[in-house]
Design a protein around this ligand. Structure first.
Ligand code: SF4
Ligand code: SF4
Length: 342
């Protein structure tokens, strides 16, 4: 682990050189919002972003991903090992990535995800602007961001960069980095700590108290029906979430009906068909048929079911679900508040 400093002018040259030699993905402007996209020069990279529409999970599990191709009885894996530098990930999204790393690597290891993840260099960045629905300052304080390769922090005269792995250290070669002074390292620490109190929203209870209350509310059907009354079952709260990872697998056959590919697509437990299963002979069963059951399932997953495994809630407080919900009923801060009051 090494600490470096690079001036603002040298930083621009660094980004452009890195982008000319490596495949770099980072936050870029899209009209009034931000998305993760290809960085061609330093002008593309917007480290002043507040939040991206979709989280960085899209780099490792694209919305549509080919898993295998087939031709008759021959199958071939479609694992993508292309190296990528994912530059500019806020700490809450690093936590989300670390959670999906665990979930995709335990038990049935997902090679399509893991190969992409292994080939990536992930560089975190300090939060310069806070999104309107963020509450990351009050959620999962015990869960440390980890699994990234370096972290860059905007400080007065330029940027402080901390390399955390060999992959993170390798990026130093693209720019005019100098060893950071203790004062610059301290300034970076202060910048990152001070941001933690800048969120516009906050949870008022501990993760443990919330987990218990959410679980205890499982059978309160009236509560879940009320909370989900305006839900369109669109699934936007799931697809924009950095810790949601469910997918649907579909085979696409070519016209010859012999060859094709098996793809996976993002799926969402809030949609009506998600829990529908075939009973054979044209019969079917939907084991989360009502909006209330589906809404409840999301909050059980975010606030209770996974806590033990992840060391904290499966929510990092990014606020994307709140911003994406047309009915404005998905905000975990508002929902948890109502649950805690019952
Ligand atoms: S539940 Fe909402 S706030 Fe929490 S991580 Fe997912 S999108 Fe972000
Ligand atoms: S985004 Fe809102 S309306 Fe859409 S499924 Fe989620 S809670 Fe329902």
């Amino acid at each position: 682990m090494n600490d470096y400093f690079i001036s603002a002018n040298d930083f621009d040259a660094f980004v452009s050189k890195m982008a000319s030699e490596r495949n770099v993905i980072g936050p870029v402007a899209k009209k009034t919002k931000f998305v993760y996209g290809k960085i061609q020069t330093n002008k593309d990279l917007r480290l002043d972003f507040d939040v991206t529409i979709l989280p960085p999970k899209k780099v490792f599990t694209p919305t549509c991903q080919t898993l295998v191709t087939f031709d008759g009885s021959k199958f071939e894996g479609a694992v993508d090992k292309q190296p990528v530098v994912l530059f500019g990930v806020h700490f809450y999204d690093i936590k989300g990535l670390d959670m999906t790393d665990l979930l995709f690597s335990e038990n049935n290891r997902d090679e399509n995800y893991m190969a992409k993840r292994k080939a990536a260099t992930v560089i975190g960045s300090s939060v310069q602007n806070v999104s309107k629905r963020a509450f990351w300052g009050s959620v999962g304080a015990n869960v440390a961001p980890k699994g990234h390769d370096g972290f860059i922090t905007k400080i007065g005269a330029g940027y402080h960069y901390q390399s955390l792995t060999q992959k993170g250290e390798a990026l130093v070669g693209y720019g005019n980095f100098k060893p950071a002074t203790e004062g610059q390292a301290e300034e970076a620490r202060t910048v990152n700590v001070s941001m933690m109190s800048k969120c516009p929203e906050a949870l008022k209870h501990s993760s443990e108290a919330i987990a218990k209350k959410v679980r205890d509310s499982f059978k309160n059907q009236e509560l879940w029906a009320n909370l989900s009354e305006d839900c369109f079952s669109c699934g936007s709260c799931n697809t924009t979430c950095p810790t949601c990872y469910c997918f649907d697998v579909q085979d696409k056959w070519n016209l010859n009906q012999v060859s094709g590919m098996r793809n996976r697509y993002w799926d969402s437990c809030l949609t009506e068909d998600f829990a529908k299963v075939s009973l054979g002979a044209g019969a079917e069963e939907n084991f989360r048929e009502t909006r209330g059951e589906r809404f409840r399932h999301r909050f059980m997953r975010k606030a209770a079911y996974l806590n033990e495994k992840l060391g904290g809630p499966a929510c990092v407080g990014c606020g994307r679900c709140s911003a994406a919900c047309t009915a404005d009923i998905a905000d975990p801060v508002n929902v948890i508040k109502k649950i805690m009051e019952v």
